[in-house]
Design a protein around this ligand. Structure first.
Ligand code: GCB
Length: 601
């Protein structure tokens, strides 16, 4: 049983950071000050309220609610937050419950029965801060708005003590059949039933007799309907213990992603990704995007011809994945290991590992998710960084061996670590930050050679140009819709002409707020959207359906790009020397990674 606690809450802005000192979390203090507190709607980003637009600090939230239905002997009570930015501390009825760090993933706390008041008022106090700190993820600098607060739904959840806690399903397919590999965790070792359904019709039923809490069972299906962007077929599996009518319900799709040489395959067919990046932001809601408007975005993206989205640069609300499963869009998900975080710190590594683990656990069964990215534009050439990233990737691989995992790179010369991951990625802004888009073809071929990544699929994870909506000029004028369109069109045609580029993602769907974008065209927004912050279509958005799959004839520079390979080795060598001091320093961190993050599941 899940009950929504979102809605009207009490709110206090702790400008002076004295809430803890004044014990604001105590019932008596909440009662005394009730008339001083403001009312606020949850979910919401506090920066979308007048006077708090730029506030980065501490706020308090209070909710008074009743619980009637708990059976203490057989059930457990949880408080569940889908997303709150950045650090959240929770008290219930005067008791400190716990702290969660990280702004983009759900978290839940099991509440002791002795802390709960049945059929009486319960006082929930929540402190949230969105202060930038060196040891946070992301760290102090990032190119998006630091929306603070409880911006996704909050629930309480009552679950039977004895339950099938989670099941991860991955599928292997052959021509007319599929094998479902179902890993599970149960809280009590006893037989359970499963029922597989497709659109309310039962396909098959079975029983599992487990020996331990964690295990795996297999299901074979004949003539399954595969999931793909063109055929978003969703299956349901219901699981329950024979003596219980509590059902764990999971929706999933039957599909297989594979990489073979330089190609990406979905259900054994080559597939190319025509994608776009998306931030979780819509003015005036901040990150608390209403479901119907989120759906509208995804339907628009699909209608424009895209088949993929990169949910930059952090996990979005899970409703996006549910929509993508149903609408048929492929998703590249990412955690906010962004630019320069503190790669030296074992504590930061632990936090990043928790983030990728929580993300994979949340979204494992969504067929739309095809890649995990553990970071964006990180200084991969530094020893601390690549140790961190490669360890994170191998940690993530153990949790999910079924999907490609990588990081997003912006390096042309100094990144030979791509060769150690499943796919190669590149963010490039030729024509905008660097030279001209006319240089792009040559640079792409050279980067491929220098990176020593001939035999794997490449993805251009970002490329773009800024344009102010309705500013028209010629293709040479920065921030004109014409210049943006011309850079994007030429780039797309070049990417489409190369079989080793298996996909690309425009930066970005919608203009988004960013504090340090402040020239006369930007006014506090990153203007690289193909639609404005008010969803108005810029020229490129109108042209896109026609040019999405267009190619141009490009030179392959076969000889020179092969010649680049020795340079690749040379640069590898140079960066190794530069990092030799770092290597010695980081021995301690290494040991930490290898001891703590060996997991079996
Ligand atoms: C990038 C970053 C992205 C920025 C974008 C830009 O490379 O990954 O977060 O917003 O460039 O517009 O500069």
């Amino acid at each position: 049983m899940k009950k929504l606690l979102s809605g009207e809450w009490l709110f206090y802005v702790d400008f002076n950071n004295d809430g803890i000192k004044n014990k604001l979390f105590l019932i008596s203090n909440i009662k005394n000050r009730i008339s001083n507190f403001k009312k606020i709607q949850i979910p919401s980003s506090w920066n979308s309220y007048q006077g708090l637009e730029k506030y980065e600090g501490i706020c308090w939230y209070f909710k008074i609610f009743e619980i009637n239905e708990l059976d203490e002997n057989n059930e457990e009570f949880f408080l569940l937050f889908n997303g709150s930015n950045y650090q959240t501390k929770i008290w219930l009825n005067n008791n400190y419950i716990g702290l969660h760090e990280g702004g983009f993933l759900p978290f839940k706390f099991k509440i002791k029965n002795s802390y709960l008041k049945k059929s009486e008022k319960n006082y929930l106090a929540v402190q949230v801060d969105n202060i930038r700190k060196k040891n946070r993820i992301p760290s102090k600098l990032f190119d998006w708005y630091n929306w603070g607060g409880i911006y996704r739904d909050v629930f309480y959840e009552i679950l039977p003590k004895s339950r099938i806690d989670w099941v991860h399903i991955y599928t292997q397919i052959s021509k007319n059949s599929a094998k479902l590999i179902c890993k599970y965790y149960i809280t009590e070792v006893k037989s359970f039933n499963y029922e597989l359904k497709f659109t309310n019709k039962t396909i098959l039923k079975g029983q599992v007799k487990p020996d331990t809490e964690k295990g795996v069972f297999y299901i074979h299906i004949e003539n399954p309907l595969f999931w793909s962007p063109d055929t978003p077929n969703i299956y349901t599996i219901l699981l329950n213990f024979s003596d219980s009518n509590y059902f764990t319900k999971i929706q999933f799709g039957i599909r297989e992603i594979k990489i073979n040489g330089r190609f990406l395959y979905l259900n054994n067919k080559k597939i190319k990704l025509y994608g776009i990046n998306l931030h979780e932001e819509l003015i005036p809601f901040g990150r608390a995007i209403p479901f119907e408007l989120r759906k509208k975005d995804l339907l628009n993206i699909k209608k424009l011809g895209f088949n993929a989205i990169r949910t930059a640069h952090y996990p979005h609300d899970e409703s996006l994945l549910c929509l993508a499963d149903k609408i048929g869009l492929l998703i590249l998900e990412e955690i906010p290991v962004y630019w320069n975080i503190n790669f030296k710190s074992p504590k930061v590594f632990k936090l990043a590992a928790k983030m990728i683990q929580d993300l994979i656990y949340r979204d494992f069964n969504h067929p739309s998710v095809i890649f995990w990215s553990v970071g964006n534009e990180i200084p991969i050439e530094s020893y601390d960084c690549h140790k961190f990233i490669l360890n994170l990737i191998s940690f993530a691989k153990k949790i999910d061996p079924s999907r490609p995992i990588s990081y997003v790179s912006s390096r042309f010369l100094s990144d030979h670590y791509r060769s150690k991951t499943d796919i190669a990625t590149l963010n490039e802004y030729f024509g905008w930050y660097l030279l001209s888009e006319k240089n792009l073809n040559f640079i792409l071929e050279m980067t491929r050679g220098i990176s020593l990544c001939y035999n794997k699929p490449w993805f251009i994870t970002e490329f773009g140009a800024g344009a102010k909506y309705n500013y028209h000029s010629n293709i040479f004028e920065r921030f004109s819709e014409e210049k943006q369109a011309s850079i994007l069109i030429r780039s797309i045609e070049i990417f489409n002409s190369k079989d080793w580029i298996s996909g690309w993602f425009i930066w970005i769907y919608r203009d988004f707020k960013s504090a340090f974008r402040d020239n006369k065209y930007q006014n506090g927004f990153n203007r690289k959207g193909i639609v404005s912050d008010k969803n108005e279509f810029k020229l490129i958005a109108r042209l896109l359906p026609k040019i999405l799959k267009k190619k141009r004839i490009t030179r392959k520079f076969t000889f020179i790009s092969r010649l680049a390979i020795p340079f690749g080795f040379f640069f590898t060598f140079v960066f190794k020397i530069i990092n030799i001091v770092n290597i010695l320093e980081s021995k301690k961190a290494d040991k930490f990674y290898s001891d703590k993050y060996k997991r079996d599941f």
